[in-house]
Design a protein around this ligand. Structure first.
Ligand code: FEO
Length: 166
């Protein structure tokens, strides 16, 4: 039996992960419009990863005999801008998710839910990885600056990457 407060927060996190997935899909579309197909593919893969995260939480709730209560997923803001602006927006989103996961972990500690703590430790490690990968790409775009060839080289690298780097 999951503590009702924790169950509610886990359900909310399912929605948060699906919202992240939806946002990254929107960012992927904007990158595609810039003809940065490698960036667009990477962001689309990232969107898929977020859906997987939602399902991991979804399955955990069910495995614990809990109740699924799906909420509303808001439409993402339609962001347009440079590659730097678009990938930076994804990084900011990741930082917000890290805060959500940390709060969820604190709640699992407060409610003495040991299985939830173990499950959430996977998410904590995943957030470190995702912030690093996304942050590195923002940094590399900044290093490319006004050099289009360098940006296209980075785009080709992301295009040839198999699966998601996250
Ligand atoms: Fe599932 Fe990147 O947060």
């Amino acid at each position: 039996m999951i503590n009702p407060r924790l169950q509610k927060a886990l359900n909310e996190q399912v929605v948060n992960e699906l919202s992240a997935s939806y946002s990254y899909l929107s960012i992927s579309a904007a990158l595609s419009q810039l003809n940065l197909n490698g960036f667009a593919k990477w962001m689309r893969d990232h969107s898929e990863e977020e859906r997987m995260h939602a399902m991991k939480l979804f399955d955990f709730i069910l495995d614990r005999g809990g109740q699924i209560e799906l909420g509303i997923i808001q439409a993402p803001e339609h962001k347009l801008g440079s590659a730097r602006e678009l990938v930076s927006a994804a990084l900011e989103h990741e930082k917000a998710v890290t805060g959500e996961i940390n709060s969820l972990y604190q709640l699992a500690l407060d409610t003495n839910d040991y299985p939830a703590q173990v499950m959430l430790q996977w998410f904590i490690a995943e957030q470190v990885e995702e912030e690093k990968v996304t942050g590195d790409i923002v940094h590399q775009i900044e290093m490319a600056g006004d050099n289009t060839s360098a940006l296209l080289l980075l785009d080709a690298k992301l295009e040839n990457q198999s699966g998601s780097p996250n």
